[in-house]
Design a binder for this molecule. Structure first.
Ligand code: T1G
Length: 687
């Protein structure tokens, strides 16, 4: 008997309970006793059936990701599943919480799977730059069909118990005491008698429409944006259709071994743990404040999205606007956004009704008096912010957390304008706030630890990835973005075109380049920000002076015909760029994609190093989480500071010094911490 695998009996049914908190990962310390238990129970004639269940909040959430990259200790999951399939008596997996990756593969080794009504089942390995390595790509199609399996394996998204039941993945769904239901289910099956067909022999592949499968795979491949894992996943499912079972299993193994050693998977595993690390605050067991109702000031694009993010998390929201018209406009936009989700099928009409019922509109600050958290999302102007926080200070209840959604203003100054600076912090959402996962939480100098801990926990409850940062202009994300933006503009003047630069970024793995992104977000936002700071960007400013704000005005760096979102190069912009360059005596020259990446991403990394030196970010991995979740940095590269390790810090410094010499620009002056990282290989200050 082991601490991690316990065997109990309910009459002639044996229950094997895995107990490896927090998520019952299939670590070696679980696999070894599990294998032993299954062999013993297989050979124990007094046992008529076997149930595999888990203690704690979830079924097995996968292989132990921390073991990857290290020599694998035997037995491996594949060997355990192979033994499971030699067991003649019925085996039943009892699934509650999540059965993910190796956890679902273990369950696929059983003859039957029963699930709690709230359970989720999936193979998310692709999100770690991997593919299922325990037979999932070969067994799942035999249960749910090749097309369904392909979608599940390439998306990595789990399915609910009901959908799993409809698809044939689980045999029964229960409410209440799952283990008891599973034991009764197993006993009934055993009483009816076998033979019991292992999943490997099921006929789910019969009548597979290969053309449809290949079409789906091709469509998914187009969306992979340079990631290897989705392609490998599709190949493995196709192998399951085309090859005999064992040959397909061996092919899956070969693909797995290749991917697990890849830089992409190392990068994606880095991001997995970095997101969890980012939510850890210094100090133990800080008592969090109770958040029952949220107030949002401003019903514009950001305010509306923020309010939806909280309502989507189940929080009642009071929306405040200066006028009834503005309020109704904001609420109407929210209603429209939910209707779009219903039309798309990502939300039911009932859910829409439930969420809208959480909204209360007002034009009276007094109606915020019962809110535990109030988020301000008004015009980005310090005087306006201080006026709002002054009113909030007067009406908000003691202990309420007062948050600003500013994306660059000094939060210490805003906090100091109230009588309760310890309750003030920044909640920097990214547009659209109800969609973007990142939440940059800005701690001001005197923000109380319990206020911080409360909003970090709240972020997780509304499905956001939280990163805590300090106060500086632009915080972490926008400060680094400014370094990249300035060089993007300089490259235009020196001869590159917006399309050429954007192409270099999409080839690198970004969803879109800086100029398409600018047009999507609206060039006027950056313009207002630069004007507020007395800064200029000659080309972007000129475009804005002409009313070229991007998609929202149908023209920006690109043209958007008749409201389309497809950017078309605009010859007038290229003429404008050449004219501005000529005015500055800059002769155009050919610029390579390599130079574009070098001159935009190396300064970005360098700025990240400075941010770490200043303690604005607590960890290098926090900066990676900000860029992957807030700015579309390719997850397969792990974020800018992880990528710096792959790219080679010595090369980055050499090229920064080269450009520093040529341009005398500070953004190219290598930061001391970057130099130390090149020597030590670690971003940790003491590394
Ligand atoms: N291995 C190791 N540690 C894990 C882990 C795993 N599979 N899953 C979670 N943890 C740690 C996590 O780092 C955190 O640690 C703590 O558990 C709680 O996690 C052969 C190749 C299950 C939905 O991809 O998606 O199987 O920070 O904060 O929000 O084919 O964890 O507290 O120190 O995320 O409640 C496939 C990964 C693996 C699922 C729970 N499985 N996990 O979410 O808790 S590859 C996955 C999750 C594989 C096989 C292959 C989530 C969760 P710490 P948490 P949560």
């Amino acid at each position: 008997m082991s601490d991690f695998v316990k065997v109990s009996r309910d009459g002639d049914v044996a229950v094997v309970t895995i107990d490896n908190p927090p998520v019952n990962a299939l670590s070696f310390r679980v696999r070894e006793p599990l294998m032993q238990a299954l062999v013993e129970l297989r050979d124990d004639a007094s046992v008529a059936a076997i149930v595999i269940a888990c203690a704690g909040r979830t079924f097995v959430a996968g292989a132990d990701i921390t073991e990857f990259g290290k020599p694998m200790q035997q037995p491996e999951l594949r060997a355990i599943v192979a033994v499971l399939e030699t067991i003649a008596k019925p085996t039943v997996a009892a699934i509650h919480g999540t059965a993910l990756g190796g956890g679902l593969e273990l369950a696929l080794g059983c003859h039957f799977r029963v699930a709690d009504a709230g359970a989720k089942l999936g193979l998310p390995e692709v999100k770690l730059g991997l593919l299922p390595g325990g037979g999932g790509t070969v067994r799942l199609p035999r249960l749910v069909g090749a097309l369904k399996a392909l979608k599940m394996v390439v998306s990595g998204s789990p399915v609910g118990a009901t959908e799993a039941h409809e698809a044939g993945l689980v045999d029964a769904v229960f409410e209440g005491d799952l283990t008891t239901h599973a034991v009764n289910f197993a006993r009934e099956i055993a009483r009816k008698g076998g033979p019991f067909t292992p999943v490997r022999d099921r006929d789910g592949l019969k009548g597979t429409d290969l053309a449809a499968l290949d079409a789906e795979a091709a469509d998914l491949a187009r969306k992979a944006r340079g990631l290897e894992a989705p392609i490998a996943c599709a190949q493995a499912v196709r192998n399951a259709v085309m090859l005999p079972f064992d040959a397909a299993l061996a092919a899956e193994r070969a693909l797995f071994v290749k991917l697990v050693a890849s830089d992409q998977s190392r990068a994606q595993r880095h991001v997995f743990f970095a997101e969890r690390e980012a939510a850890k605050l210094p100090g133990k067991d800080i008592v969090k404040r109770r958040i029952a109702r949220v107030g949002v000031i401003g019903a514009g694009t950001m305010g509306g999205g923020i309010a939806m993010a909280f309502a989507n998390g189940g929080y009642p929201v009071t929306m405040l606007e200066t006028s009834h018209e503005a309020l109704q406009r904001g609420l109407a936009t929210i209603d429209k956004n939910y209707s779009v989700s219903v039309t798309r099928g990502s939300l039911t009409a009932d859910a829409k009704r439930e969420r809208l019922a959480l909204f209360k509109g007002s034009t009276d600050y007094a109606d915020l008096a019962d809110c535990d958290l109030i988020v301000e999302a008004v015009f980005e102007d310090m005087a306006v912010k201080k006026e709002v926080f002054g009113k909030l200070d007067a009406v908000a209840k003691p202990g309420a957390i007062l948050a600003t959604n500013t994306s660059y203003l000094d939060i210490n100054e805003i906090a100091a304008s109230t009588s309760r600076p310890q309750d003030v912090l920044g909640l920097h959402f990214f547009s659209p706030a109800n969609v973007m996962k990142l939440l940059e939480i800005v701690r001001a100098e005197v923000t109380a630890p319990d206020a911080l801990a409360t909003v970090v926990d709240l972020a997780r409850r509304i499905g956001k990835v939280a990163v805590v940062v300090g106060v500086c202009h632009g915080f972490v994300g926008n400060r680094m973005l400014a370094a990249r933006g300035a060089e993007s503009e300089a490259l235009l003047l020196e001869g590159a075109t917006p399309s050429q630069i954007d192409q270099a970024f999409t080839d690198f793995g970004w969803p879109m380049g800086p100029f398409q992104m600018g047009d999507l977000a609206g060039l006027d936002i950056g313009w207002r920000n630069r004007k507020a700071r007395g800064q200029t960007a000659v080309i972007a400013d000129t475009l804005c002076e002409q009313g070229r704000f991007g998609q929202k005005t149908g023209w920006g760096f690109y043209l958007y015909e008749n409201g389309s979102r497809t950017p078309a190069p605009d010859p007038e912009v290229e003429v404008l760029i050449r004219d501005k360059a000529a005015e500055r005596g800059i002769a155009p020259r050919a610029i390579s994609a390599e130079e574009i990446i070098e001159r935009t991403l190396y300064p970005l990394i360098n700025e990240g190093a400075k941010i770490l030196e200043e303690g604005i970010a607590a960890r290098a991995s926090d900066i990676d989480v900000v860029w992957v979740n807030g700015y579309g940095f390719p997850v397969g590269k792990g974020g800018p500071l992880f990528w710096a390790g792959l790219e080679g810090p010595a090369r980055i410094i050499e090229r920064l010094e080269y450009w520093h010499q040529r341009t005398s620009k500070d953004v190219f002056k290598p930061a001391p911490l970057l130099k130390r990282m090149a020597e030590t290989g670690s971003w940790e200050a003491g590394g």
